[in-house]
Write a protein that binds this ligand. Structure first.
Ligand SMILES: Cc1cc2nc3c(=O)[nH]c(=O)nc-3n(C[C@H](O)[C@H](O)[C@H](O)COP(=O)(O)O)c2cc1C
Length: 194
């Protein structure tokens, strides 16, 4: 029974990028956070958190920062690829229509790097960062399934991280903290994928 319910939920889930303006209820936000916080995490260190942004002004500033950075990058793309880049980058800021953004953030826990000191290898450094990104992926997946279970739409987005530096300023994040993903959540518009 549990398997069938989970499989059905997973099968029905699709990325949603267009939303009704209706805000999420406090209870919906609480439920999504409660679920996301059950995610497994690497290295025995839950070095992540989830920001929830519902302020329309902040969401608009974030989307504008991503669009601005995409424009800068488009200028650097070879002319024959500019169209392709534009089509791709359009998806980076599609979180803009959502009434709420769930933003998993993390800090790298360089446990092995500290223990090994000079003996730490580039592979281990990469692995310790990847561990946090993988942990965040577990969080993100639970948010997506949680949203689906509540009749909400959501989409796992990382394209906006082309403007991560600016986004961190807008979100007033402390240095050393990184953004894992931007997950727009809301009541799906009729046709919710872009
Ligand atoms: C790591 C990751 C990053 C993604 N980044 C974006 C993004 O920046 N913008 C976007 O619109 N969709 C993004 N997606 C959503 C994918 O495009 C989507 O999951 C894929 O096309 C499959 O469609 P489905 O989610 O409806 O099954 C991302 C998905 C993943 C897993």
């Amino acid at each position: 029974m549990n398997y069938e319910a989970l499989y059905s939920l997973s099968k029905e889930r699709h990325s949603c990028r267009d939303f009704e303006p209706t805000p999420l209820t406090e209870e919906q936000i609480r439920q999504l956070l409660q679920l996301a916080r059950t995610a497994p995490f690497a290295s025995g260190r839950k070095n992540w958190d989830i920001h929830v942004v519902t302020d329309r002004g902040i969401i608009d500033r974030m989307a504008a920062a991503v669009d601005q950075e995409s424009d800068v990058l488009r200028e650097k793309v070879a002319p024959e690829y500019a169209g392709m880049f534009g089509g791709y980058a359009r998806y980076f800021s599609l979180f803009k229509k959502a009434p709420a953004l769930f933003i998993p953030v993390f800090r790298v826990s360089p446990t092995l790097k500290i223990l090994l000191g000079d003996h730490c290898t580039p592979e281990i450094t990469t692995m310790e960062r990847d561990n946090m990104v993988k942990s965040i992926s577990c969080v993100a997946m639970l948010i997506l399934l949680g949203a689906q279970s509540l009749g909400l739409g959501a989409c796992y987005m990382t394209g906006g991280l082309v403007a991560e530096k600016k986004l961190k300023e807008i979100l007033q994040m402390p240095s050393g903290q990184e953004i894992g993903a931007i997950i727009p959540v809301g009541n799906p518009a009729k046709k919710c994928s872009a």
